[in-house]
Design a protein around this ligand. Structure first.
Ligand code: FSO
Ligand code: SF4
Length: 561
């Protein structure tokens, strides 16, 4: 195995035996194999798409396959073996369809799109030799294929190929959520195929891959916008909400991850059962959606960010439902009351599948909850949330006035992820050290480092404006664009906004690429820079976007303010 896709990679260089996250070496290898099979599918499906022979099932498979390999999503060997087999079936099905409709034949690749021929196949001497290597993968030869990260020898090309791949993984996660609610974007799906193929194209050098990486960022903006539309059309616009962080006396079910449709079903099915529902981690922002607030057994949020789950799940006492990342290898003490669903998986943990119509039957989990003790109280009080773009911009006048009057000097975007490493206390210290005339804009689980501090408000505007889940970073962009317009600025970089972003996994990579594609400059990134960014690629990012690593609170305050 070799994996360096997340911020907690071993020694900031790469996990080689087992992952720091708990991913076994053999599972990491299977994830590489699955990505390789997806590239093979991309090769055939791009042709199918160009000829209107593609189908929704393949799109879903590409999204699910990429999403399953995101850090802390699926640890199950059996699941990846199943996905790989399914991938081969899908690929063979598309190939057959292409041959049946005479778009291709076994001997010739000549009817593949010109850019694939030029970029991927090169000048191929023999008919039948023209299919690129990954398209020839079969269950029989998979083990002989070099599917891992290190197959690319040149460090800079490897860096850009992986940066693109991780951006795609993050984008797949968000597209998957939009898809669940019935929102799709064909242009984005076509880009997944194009970009997967680009990671195999030996003719694409740094000059070709950098624009492709930025294009991934702009496709990311479209995807985040689509998910925002899906969530807000289905569940209403989040409203400023004081979310309860204490507990009640009834047994409860804890729901974690990002999937709002799962929460909706759980709330529906727990009505009248005497079971309370609590959110955990990235599900916290769900407490601010009008559609969920109406349920009186929806109590609030329990605990902190993802990496605290071992301790917190033990104390919760009731069943825990993991809808997406982040799951960490569960302890024996609660393994019989934790459940996965969708693309999440862990061998030995019960999995709840959806029916044909996407419906999930929670009755067994509800029965188990009834026999459990109520959750142990961890803390009490409330935290504010629900400042997605609509609610934040409803007070735009007030914000603009406070900026013009000098009460607000600076906004600092502290979005992104939390993680288990000690040095992340930097973000708590940084938030505390910010002067009282600054406002933090946040989204994602990074906020758990400071959202329970009492940072006060500025004339009624809270000093921590929480837009929601990591995908709601889109809201922060909409807010910034609206403010730029209100101040008559052409460039959002001229706003009094600084960026001090924390990353952990591949969704954060996509969000970062999305910001770059929008022309956001001077982003400070931490707590360490990605191991997959080579020195030369870092130079490109520094020269074009002035990306910089964070350092100490004192130094960074000087730089950012
Ligand atoms: Fe991830 Fe980061 Fe949204 Fe957290 S991007 S780690 S669990 O912010 O959440 O999925
Ligand atoms: Fe290591 Fe992160 Fe990969 Fe897990 S996801 S194996 S911690 S680099």
């Amino acid at each position: 195995m070799f994996c360096y896709q997340c911020e907690e990679t071993l020694n900031a260089s790469g996990c080689t035996k087992n992952g720091v996250c708990g991913k076994k070496g053999e599972v990491a290898d299977l994830q590489d194999d699955l990505i390789y099979v997806l590239k093979s599918i991309a090769f055939y499906n791009s042709k199918a798409r160009a000829n209107n022979l593609n189908d929704a099932k393949t799109d879903q498979f590409i999204l699910d396959g990429l999403f399953a390999t995101v850090t802390n999503t699926n640890f199950s060997k059996a699941d990846f073996e199943k996905l790989i087999n399914e991938g081969f079936e899908i690929k063979d099905g598309i190939k057959k369809k292409l041959m049946d409709s005479k778009v291709i034949n076994e001997k010739s690749g000549s009817s593949f799109p010109k850019w694939i021929k030029e970029k991927l196949l090169g000048a191929s001497p023999n008919a039948g030799e023209e299919i690129p290597v990954m398209a020839k993968v079969t269950p029989a030869n998979l083990a002989d294929m070099n599917t891992g990260v290190m197959r690319t020898e040149n460090e800079d090309i490897r860096s850009l190929r992986e940066l693109l791949t991780y951006g795609l993984k993050g984008m797949a996660a968000y597209a998957h959520h939009a898809n669940v609610l019935g929102y799709k974007d064909d242009e984005v799906m076509a880009f997944f195929e194009k970009a997967l193929l680009a990671t195999m194209d030996d003719e694409m050098g740094v000059d070709e891959l950098v624009p492709m990486v930025l294009e991934c960022g702009s496709m990311g903006v479209s995807t985040l916008a689509l998910l925002d539309k899906a969530n807000t059309t289905t569940y209403g616009n989040p409203e400023p909400t004081a979310v309860n962080i204490g507990v009640r006396d009834n047994p409860g079910i804890l729901i974690s991850g990002h999937d709002l449709r799962d929460l909706e079903q759980l709330l529906e099915q727990t009505q009248g059962t005497g079971i309370d529902v609590y959110t955990h981690g990235e599900m916290l922002p769900a407490n601010s959606y009008p559609a969920f607030k109406k349920y009186d057994n929806f109590v609030g949020n329990y605990g902190g960010s993802w990496w605290r789950q071992k301790e917190e799940f033990e104390k919760f006492n009731g069943p825990i439902f993991m809808t997406t990342n982040c799951i960490v290898p569960p302890k024996e003490s609660y393994i019989d009351r934790i459940y996965t669903t969708g693309i999440v998986g862990f061998d030995g943990v019960a999995h709840l599948n959806a029916g044909e119509d996407g419906g999930k039957d929670f009755s067994a989990i509800i029965e188990q909850a009834k026999a459990c003790k109520p959750p142990e109280q961890l803390e009490e009080g409330t935290i504010m949330g629900g400042f997605a773009h609509v609610s934040a911009l409803s007070v735009a006048d007030k914000i603009i006035e406070a900026v013009k009057g000098g009460q607000i000097k600076k906004f600092v975007v502290m979005a992104g992820c939390d993680g288990r490493h000690k040095e992340r206390s930097y973000y708590t210290d940084f938030a505390e050290a910010l002067p009282k005339d600054t406002v933090i804009l946040t989204a994602g689980c990074a906020k758990y480092r400071y959202n329970k501090l009492d940072l006060g408000d500025i004339g009624g505007i809270p000093r921590v404006i929480d837009a929601g889940q990591c995908n709601d970073s889109y809201s922060l962009v909409v807010i910034a664009q609206a403010l730029a317009e209100a101040f008559g600025l052409d460039d959002i970089n001229d706003l009094p906004v600084s960026y001090n972003i924390a990353w952990y996994e591949q969704k954060a990579v996509l969000v970062l690429l999305a910001l770059l594609s929008l022309g956001v400059k001077n982003i400070m990134l931490g707590p360490t820079l990605p191991a997959f960014v080579s020195p030369n690629v870092l130079n490109v990012l520094v020269e074009n976007f002035n990306i910089r690593p964070n350092s100490t609170v004192e130094e960074d305050l000087k730089v950012l303010l």
